[in-house]
Design a protein around this ligand. Sequence first.
Ligand code: IMP
Ligand code: MG
Length: 180
Amino acid sequence: MDNIQPLLPSSVIASRVAELGTLITKQYTANSVDELVVVCVMKGAFLFFADIVRNINLPNVRCEFINVSSYEGEESTGQIKLNYDLDVSAICDKHVLIVEDIYDSGRTLKFLVEHLKSKCPKSVKICCLLEKKDKALFNVDIDYVGFEVDKDAFVVGYGLDLDGIFRNLPYIGIYHTSRQ
Ligand code: IMP
Ligand code: MG
């Protein structure tokens, strides 16, 4: 993969995910929450979600899925498309943790928080694998962040894609259109 510059190896991702899982478990336990609905934001978060739910040790963890999209190539279209939604009954009166791949402009997460809050949850928190530094146009409070990445980098791998490819890479890398 000549045009992908390795950034985060799978071992580094795995240990950070384990740390986040431990922290999430500790904080919800301290607040006497024993039931948590963890929402996977498809498609980008699918690998991160699969790993983080196995590191959350609470008595009743439920997994739910939602699918939104806004990107074409390396650019956001600025429009969020809700491709697959979850039922109100899945989160109404429950504590919700959104698991997302990347906080870039914040448009997607702002939309998701407002959308899920309209379904009467007890609480909504966010766990995001990557945050693009100083990039946010829409301010959203992220409760758990994996790593910060450069705002100008377009990253792929470990679920993140460029037009649907590279999601299967076990590591995260920076995509360069042409690289010598
Ligand atoms: P936002 O709505 O601008 O915050 O963008 C968030 C969404 O855009 C994420 O859910 C990703 O799917 C996608 N995205 C943003 N930056 C990247 C990137 O560097 N690589 C791959 N996908 C990205
Ligand atoms: Mg996404």
